[in-house]
Design a protein. Structure first.
Length: 105
């Protein structure tokens, strides 16, 4: 179902359901949900065997694949859960505190 949200900015709190309003599927592209990540995955391209396990296990579709190969993480949406690092059979992914990157981007 797709809602008519043309006037959403005028909605009162009563019109929003408890929690939040998700007016259509696929709307995470509008939100930088990776902004509250505390740890960031990094992939060692030398160790990576391109098995794609990280891609299949990531609950946020944040492992980016092109031509059937992992090419990057989508840090705009990766929440830093570490599942990719835990499941990587080659130990190619390590988690690092976001504070290590502060001021370097
Ligand atoms: S799970 Fe590990 S070895 Fe497999 S593609 Fe991802 S990083 Fe590479
Ligand atoms: S840390 Fe979690 S959300 Fe981020 S890429 Fe790995 S599995 Fe996906």
């Amino acid at each position: 179902m797709k809602w008519d949200i043309k006037d959403i900015k005028t909605w009162s709190p009563e019109k929003h359901l408890p929690g939040s309003t998700i007016p259509e599927s696929g709307n995470t592209r509008y939100y930088n949900t990776g902004s509250w990540r505390t740890d960031r995955p990094l992939r060692d391209t030398e160790k990576c065997t391109q098995c794609l396990a990280c891609y299949f296990y990531c609950p946020d579709c944040s492992v980016l694949v092109e031509d059937q190969k992992v090419v990057a993480f989508d840090y705009g949406h990766c929440k830093g859960c570490g599942i990719c690092a835990a499941e990587c059979p080659a130990d190619a992914i390590t988690m690092h505190p976001e504070t290590d990157f502060r001021g370097r981007e």
